[in-house]
Design a protein around this ligand. Sequence first.
Ligand SMILES: Cc1ncc(COP(=O)(O)O)c(C=O)c1O
Length: 394
Amino acid sequence: MLVLYNFDEIIDRCNTGSFKWHYTDETIPLWVADMDFKAAQPILAAIEQVTQHGILGYTVPTEPLYQAIIDWHGSRYDLWLDQQDILFSPGVVPSLVLMMKVFTEVGDAVLINDPIYTPFMTKVLDNDRKLVTSALQEVEGRYHLDLVDIEAKIIEHKVKLYLFCNPHNPGGRVWTADELEALLFICKKHDVAIVSDEIHQDLTLSGHTFTPFLTLAKDYEHKVVNLTSMTKTFNIAGIKGSMIFAKDSGLLSKINQQQRLSDEHELNLFAYTAMRSAYEQGDEWLAQALTYIEANIDLTLQFLEEHLPKIKVMRPEASYLIWLDCSAYAQDDQMLYDKLRAAKVELSAGIKYGGEGHLKMRLNVACPKALLIEGLNRMQTALNSDVFNIVDSI
Ligand SMILES: Cc1ncc(COP(=O)(O)O)c(C=O)c1O
């Protein structure tokens, strides 16, 4: 039966412990990658069924869960996994740390791009690895990999591991198979392991094709790992849970051994339940959510063109996050962020994603249209005015 979801519904999230809605005033949050949409009905029903059953004991992944994961990735992305290729992890960020332990030692160099989702930087540094960055090149409003720089940095720093993000956060690029092949060629040549964070895979927008890194790895499978999750796709990040995919048995057992050192190989009952129902029955919700998100992206681009024409916008190829170059409206990162906060709208400060994020902001449009329009109006007020109030720092 077709369920028509109402993404226009505004649901009060204040005082629920929401990380996104942390305010005591009327601020509109257009920052962290969390959507203001109710989750898919089959996921909510599956969780309800568990609570109705009333037994919340120790749980292990079941055959139907594995099958749901296999079918989703095979049918959508031609990534055909066997059950033994799939491991579970509490989150993609914990898996990034795990992979550093699998592929590197303290002091080894780890390569990332700039800009990049913040934990790529912080976790490398927190785990006493050497952080090496390669800036993405912006050409006609799209980021590109600088392959010459990447290879030079790999050689110079003896890089052991490349933490890669596909689709890219915050730039929204869905890297093409050709781009991935070129990267793979360089990594193979220098024996660099690749861990590809693909958490935004299912949010690929129309006109673009997502390619899982693992589908290209062939004779390099002992050095390639995909990380992904249902949490971003289905807006259930509060449940926590993710997957690790690899196709080499030696590598898989190494990862598994590392996980078992801290007993981090299991998810909880609600995560397994949500994951299975999402992959079995969530496609209808996802299709409708993506249609709504694309309309919000169009609306935002049109609004910015009319009212804040000096913002340079990077149209996302995946996700609901729009990368904005606001350099025409500010000279200072903190002032830019504060100016928007003073107008009661919060975006993510670009500088948090690396030096390339200087004077940029990341805008999340996955919310009811009415909230988005109000947020955009506040952005217009903030950036077109000279009034400036000091508020909380970033
Ligand atoms: C690229 C990327 N990786 C990982 C995460 C977080 O993953 P998790 O909550 O599973 O740790 C996010 C969240 O926004 C993200 O954008």
